[in-house]
Design a protein around this ligand. Structure first.
Ligand SMILES: [Zn+2]
Length: 344
């Protein structure tokens, strides 16, 4: 579950009332926990020394950043929401003065660095680092596709890799040091494996798929913002995918570890891995959106809501459960794979 309202497609200045923080904190902890156990000795030592936390603890960090608010006087503050103290649960390891200051500073440095519509700046550019909105009609990730940007999840992971490999940080990112880069990787690689954080459906008023890549730019009326604008009873489709199977809990299970160990190695240069992993998630999102029918239920300017019906709900839930387990295992395996490659 997510902690704050955030702008999922803020590139286009849309405010969405639903929340998005892939996997909820439990999923991010599980991804980190898998990676912790797959790190080789040198990488493990580097993580311990640079990050000062294990990857399981670090996993939710980038969502804790969403508690930073910008006041009218231009100052930035970490604000605990008294009505949602549960949001703080995964953030308590970072409640020291020093870690809080780092979180606020990261949010501040990455607030105005993207191409938002003016009111989109309410939540800061760092919110866009968590996702892509590649149309489900595509078969891969490509930066030329609609729903991607130079400040999306693939770019954020790439920027963090640059810092950890002593390369210059690509704009528009501001990453203070290797510790911050590790916090980013521990979270965004998890996000990149939640299929609705990468693939998205764009719908018209009849609930029919439209293809945003056939137009010069996305029609805001067609945006479902990774399923946040699609209601299934009283929960939205994105949130359904954020929740992980409850039997997993908050640590790597034996099954997940064994799936993670069995995952084929990533090919090519590590700089190309984030886009390749996103391509894989685009394909997985095809399965996540298969067998669904949509109907427009609410319309507001640039902020439509659809309902979803399932061709076979039992089969859908079975498939969803299997995909989630597979993607958590992949996320953990690839986080470890990357760090083992950086620190062989
Ligand atoms: Zn996230």
């Amino acid at each position: 579950m997510s902690k704050v309202v955030l702008v999922l497609s803020c590139v286009f200045g849309l405010l969405n009332p639903a929340a998005a923080s892939a996997w909820g904190y439990q999923g991010h902890k599980v991804v980190g926990s898998i990676a912790d156990q797959l790190l080789k000795p040198n990488a493990k030592q580097q993580v311990r020394q640079i990050l000062g936390f294990d990857l399981r603890t670090a996993g939710p960090w980038a969502d804790c950043v969403k508690s930073v608010a910008r006041h009218d006087d231009g100052t930035f503050h970490y604000e605990v929401d008294p009505n949602h103290l549960e949001f703080e649960v995964p953030c308590t390891p970072f409640d020291s003065k020093e870690e809080r200051a780092r979180i606020v500073d990261y949010a501040k440095r990455n607030w105005f660095t993207c191409t938002y519509a003016p009111d989109g700046f309410e939540r800061g550019c760092h919110n866009t680092f968590h996702f892509e909105d590649v149309a489900v009609q595509r078969n891969r990730f490509d930066r030329s596709f609609q729903g991607t940007s130079d400040h999306d999840a693939v770019a954020a992971i790439g920027a963090a890799i640059a810092v950890l490999t002593d390369q210059p940080v690509p704009p528009p990112f501001s990453i203070r040091d290797k510790k911050e880069a590790l916090f980013m990787l521990a979270h965004f690689i998890g996000d990149l494996h939640q299929p609705l954080h990468v693939g998205s459906v764009y719908l018209d008023a009849d609930g029919t798929l439209v293809d945003p890549d056939l137009a010069q730019r996305i029609d805001p009326a067609t945006e479902t913002t990774g399923g946040n604008a699609i209601q299934d009873q009283n929960v939205n489709l994105h949130q359904e995918w954020d929740d992980i199977p409850t039997d997993i809990g908050e640590v790597a299970t034996r099954e997940l570890l064994s799936d993670a160990r069995a995952l084929p190695a990533s090919q090519g240069r590590i700089e190309d891995w984030p886009a390749a992993w996103a391509s894989d998630s685009v394909l997985v999102s095809h399965d996540a959106f298969a067998g669904l029918n949509f109907r427009l239920i609410r319309t507001e300017p640039g902020n439509n809501t659809w309902s979803v019906a399932f061709v076979d709900h039992v089969e859908y839930l079975r498939r969803q459960d299997a995909i989630k387990r597979q993607q958590l295992a992949k996320g953990g395996a690839r986080l470890a794979e990357l760090l083992n490659a950086i620190w062989p």
